[in-house]
Design a protein around this ligand. Structure first.
Ligand SMILES: N[C@@H](CCC(=O)N[C@@H](CS)C(=O)NCC(=O)O)C(=O)O
Length: 509
């Protein structure tokens, strides 16, 4: 089924646009060029996800994009881009950097990146995409097709990241935004979506991550009015433009249980989050362990409960944290008092990742430069940001210093996207309900499911297995859950470790 809509004026240009396809690039470019055009929409078959026969009436290949310009019919994305830049780019009217075909570096770079988006990135990404769709991908990335694709993708991503870092965030040196960015955004975003369907272990084994400069560049491109107009014209306003294309694998993920070891005065405890302060007089403690921190670390290791966190609540916890990390090297994240100075030290002590909060907020104000510095120092992959928060009205505000002080950062899509450019995971304590065993903050979990683009663990208020099912449903499998005081190994009566191990096993099969 196809339908037509037109922008004002007439130029004779008609874009034959298949939903959720490469044709997005042309839509984006047409919006940037500000030329009138007509758009003819084509739907994918709901089962095969291929184009229908209606596209074959425009061109026998039946693929998108196709651009008709009066009597001319143009196929192939890059030929269409070249046609538009050659005949419809008026540099006196819109600023899109150099055109094609000039004998100067920036012009050949524009052409080079346009080709790179298809002939390098898509060339390497498509086999992986097909492997994903056909079920040929493995848990650990060991299939031949995965390794062969990854080799090319890794080099492509590294080259993009290096270029952006060297050119102050610009693909084409000296030019803020060019047609090359329109072409490249789709390819890199497609890759990012493919990678997001895989586990951290898979990505780590294949060395595939989208770098911080690349993530920041993507976010800048998506803020452009032309991009937003293109997404609106495609009918995906307010949504990520590729997420519905990847909806099935994403929906297949299930939330899992992530363990924790909370340390207070060197002992494993369960504490009511909102009562932590410098004085111990107001502290409400649910549980004090007789077992050592390393006992809990070994328990998690033996049950393969990955992605757990060791949190140092206040001073005099370093020795206890070190012993937990030694019991399971590279198996746990550590947080509490992490700074630019000591982060590497904790990684050297065996932490898989370090978790940072308060240090990012000097005088309770968020410091992007501190985050960038830390991320560069230890690597984005090894950094978790703790965005623990307290509810203020209908908003959530990041809290620090054992959740006693409110910062200037609200937890929302914009702040999480900003942070996600520099870290690989979020840990989110809902401090108001932490330790109370009175149920999770459902609104927050649902919002997190909509907002987050990187692995996220929520902690606070979980009572029993039903809460894990609830988190799975509300976040559509995107947010994981920690149990503290309700868990049998911490003296709780709501849920057993055994039940959670079984759930995780079934969820990740
Ligand atoms: N090399 C072509 C590829 C075109 C292509 O395969 N388009 C896909 C959409 S991304 C398509 O139309 N697929 C539907 C189908 O093959 O039925 C180009 O760059 O335009």
């Amino acid at each position: 089924m196809s339908s037509t809509s037109a922008s004002s004026g007439s130029s004779g240009l008609v874009l034959h646009h298949l939903e959720l396809s490469r044709s997005n690039r042309i839509l984006f470019l047409l919006e940037e060029l500000q030329v009138p055009y007509e758009i003819k929409h084509y739907k994918r078959d709901p089962v095969t996800r291929l184009a229908g026969d209606d596209l074959k009436q425009v061109h026998p290949l039946g693929r998108s994009p196709v651009l008709t310009d009066g009597a001319l019919t143009i196929i192939e994305t890059n030929a269409i881009i070249a046609h538009l830049l050659t005949h419809y780019y008026d540099a006196a009217r819109v600023a899109l950097g150099p055109g094609l075909g000039e004998k100067m570096q920036a012009s050949v770079d524009v052409g080079g990146w346009i080709q790179f988006s298809e002939a390098s990135i898509m060339l390497h990404a498509i086999p992986l995409f097909y492997a994903l769709k056909s079920g040929a991908c493995t848990q650990d990335g060991s299939a031949g097709i995965e390794r062969a694709s990854a080799r090319g993708i890794k080099a492509d991503l590294a080259y993009v990241e290096e270029t952006l870092q060297q050119n102050n965030g610009q693909l084409v040196k000296g030019h803020g935004f060019t047609a090359a960015d329109c072409a490249m955004l789709y390819s890199v975003d497609m890759l990012a979506h493919i990678l997001a369907t895989r586990t951290p272990e898979w990505r780590q084994n294949l060395g595939l991550e989208v770098g911080p400069a690349t993530l920041a560049w993507m976010s800048q491109c998506k803020q452009r009015a032309a991009f937003q107009a293109a997404v609106r014209k495609e009918g995906h306003e307010g949504q990520d433009w590729l997420s519905s294309f990847f909806a099935r694998p994403a929906a297949a993920r299930k939330s899992v249980f992530r363990p924790c070891i909370d340390l207070h005065e060197g002992v494993v405890k369960q504490i009511v989050g909102g009562t932590l302060s410098d004085t111990n007089s107001t502290l409400r403690t649910n549980f004090v362990a007789t077992h050592s921190p390393s006992h809990f670390a070994s328990l998690y290791r033996d049950h393969k409960l990955t992605g757990g966190h060791v949190i140092k609540l206040g001073p005099r916890n370093d020795e206890a944290a070190t012993s937990a990390l030694s019991a399971w090297p590279q198996g746990l994240h550590v947080g509490g008092g992490i700074t630019g100075e000591n982060a590497q030290e904790w990684l050297d002590k065996g932490a898989e990742k370090v978790i940072v909060t308060s240090w990012l907020f000097p005088s309770c104000e968020f410091s992007l430069s501190r985050l960038e510095e830390l991320s560069q120092r230890v690597g984005r992959e090894r950094l978790v940001v703790d965005v623990s928060c307290r509810k203020r009205g209908d908003r959530w505000v990041v809290a620090m210093n054992r959740w006693q002080d409110m910062t200037d950062m609200e937890v929302n899509k914009a702040s999480l996207d900003l942070l996600a450019a520099h870290c690989s995971e979020f840990l989110i304590h809902a401090a108001d309900v932490e330790g109370l065993c009175q149920g999770i903050d459902q609104d927050l979990v649902q919002k997190l499911g909509e907002w987050v683009t990187i692995p996220t663990t929520y902690a606070g208020g979980a009572r029993h297995m039903g809460d894990l099912q609830l988190v799975d449903r509300l976040s559509k499998g995107k947010v994981d859950l920690t149990f503290g005081s309700a868990l049998d190994i911490f003296g709780g009566q709501g849920v057993t470790l055994d039940e959670l191990v079984k759930w995780n096993h079934a969820a990740t099969k």
